[in-house]
Each structure stands twice: as structure tokens, then as C-alpha cells.
Design a protein around this ligand. Structure first.
Ligand SMILES: [Fe+2]
Length: 242
């Protein structure tokens, strides 16, 4: 087994709703390694505006400092790289804003936070950010499209994933979407998207107990839908060319 590549996790401690301490973050990395992950991207949440984004900004400096501490303590057998999970606020993007700053380290990919309570039906926020990222020669990965159809209280939007795919995003289902830990019906939608061939990647979106930073269980569940070989391609870095 070549090992899994996880494009989405919240293992930079103390900067968002993920790992709460360095020890906790090391525990998450150790669990990831022990369950087959060889490369994990730490993707803390980033919310625009972006024009003030630079290494001297307190939040960015803190993310980099905590990431460096974590990389120093990472257990052997797993590589950790820095990325971000970018919230879609395309109206706050300026013409000169450089989205490449938010790439997953060593790739031409940008991870976008997917639907939570927004967008609403008819809201093109996420499609616009997908197009902007593509216009800069990068490839967007849209996280957890399965939530759009079934999570929260707003009316379902069953065509959301299809629209994002058509706009040019890779689609990344959450492990916790597949296992059912992300709420009722999200697992049903995740399986539908898999069965229809719309999903490019599985990411852990690992935060801790509700969503551990591991891909093994979700890979097995995906194999029930798409078969073993295709499920492996969703977690082995094939979509990233890694
Ligand atoms: Fe996330």
C-alpha cells in the first residue's frame, strides 16, 4: 500500500475549530499515520478579505508558527504540509489578490470550504470563486458538497455538486460525510455523488473526535459503492498527481 494522501484537515492547533493543542495535533497525526495516511495537508480556515494577507498579519503569523511547531513534532512516517481552506467571499477579492498564496504546499490546488449554511439556492458565490481560481491557472477543490443536499435547515439544493463540477472544481467528499458522522442524509448524498462519478477525492476534514483525521474507514465504505480500485484512487493522491 502506497499510503493515503489527505488534502483536508484541521491539525494546525489553536487557530480554528480543529486541534486545540500541539499534543492534540500530534495525536491526530499519529492516528492518521497508523491508519494509512502518508501525506496530510493541514488546512486551517481562512476568511477574506485577502488583500491584507501577508506573513506579518497576526493570524497568518500564528498559523505559520503553529504549523512549524507541528512539523517539528510530526511522528515519523507521515509528511505534513501547509495549505488553507478558503471561505468563498468572491465579492471581497480584489483584482490583484493573489490566490496562489493559498495553494496546498507543493501543488497547484486550492481547497475551498464547501457549503455550510450558505450558499442559498440561487446564490452563485461558490461558482464565482471556482471560476476566479481557475482564471489564475489553479485548480479548486470544493470540500464536502454532500452537505448542500442534506445538512442544516435550508431547502435542499440537489444540483449543487453538479453545478460546481461543471464550473471546474474537483469535488472532495468528507470521510465524516460517508460514515454518517456529519448528520443524517449527508451519507446518502455522499453515496449518490460517488455512484454518479462526481467525486474526485475523499478528505478527512479531521478536527478531532467527530471527524478523525483518517481515511481508511471512508475508503472501505466508498469501495462498497465504486469498487476497490476506484475507492483507492480517491485517497491515494491520484487526483493531485502525487
Ligand atoms: Fe474543513
Amino acid at each position: 500500500m502506497a499510503g493515503f494522501v489527505d488534502v483536508h484537515s484541521h491539525v494546525v492547533f489553536g487557530v480554528d475549530d480543529g486541534a486545540h493543542s500541539l499534543d492534540h495535533a500530534v495525536e491526530l497525526l499519529t492516528e492518521a499515520r497508523d491508519t494509512g495516511t502518508r501525506l496530510i495537508f493541514a488546512t486551517p480556515h481562512i476568511v477574506p478579505p485577502y488583500h491584507g494577507w501577508n506573513a506579518s498579519q497576526p493570524r497568518i503569523a500564528r498559523i505559520r508558527r503553529h504549523f512549524a511547531a507541528l512539523r517539528d513534532r510530526a511522528p515519523s512516517g507521515i509528511e505534513v504540509r501547509l495549505g488553507y481552506e478558503v471561505t468563498a467571499r468572491p465579492h471581497r477579492l480584489r483584482a490583484g489578490d493573489d490566490i496562489a498564496r493559498f495553494r496546498l504546499e507543493g501543488t497547484e490546488l486550492v481547497l475551498m470550504d464547501g457549503p455550510q449554511a450558505a450558499p442559498w439556492v440561487g446564490d452563485s458565490t461558490m461558482e464565482r470563486l471556482v471560476r476566479r481560481i481557475r482564471a489564475e491557472g489553479l485548480t479548486p477543490i470544493l470540500a464536502h458538497p454532500e452537505r448542500r443536499a442534506s445538512w442544516r435547515r435550508e431547502p435542499p439544493d440537489p444540483g449543487f455538486a453538479e453545478r460546481m463540477k461543471a464550473a471546474g472544481a474537483l469535488l472532495q467528499v468528507d470521510a465524516s460525510g460517508l460514515t454518517g458522522a456529519d448528520g443524517p442524509n449527508t451519507d446518502v448524498e455522499a453515496r449518490r455523488l460517488l455512484a454518479e462519478g462526481l467525486i474526485d477525492l475523499i478528505g478527512s476534514d479531521g478536527h478531532g473526535s467527530r471527524s478523525p483525521a483518517r481515511l481508511d474507514v471512508a475508503r472501505t465504505m466508498a469501495a462498497e459503492v465504486v469498487g476497490d480500485a476506484a475507492a483507492t484512487r480517491l485517497v491515494d493522491g491520484s487526483a493531485l498527481k502525487l
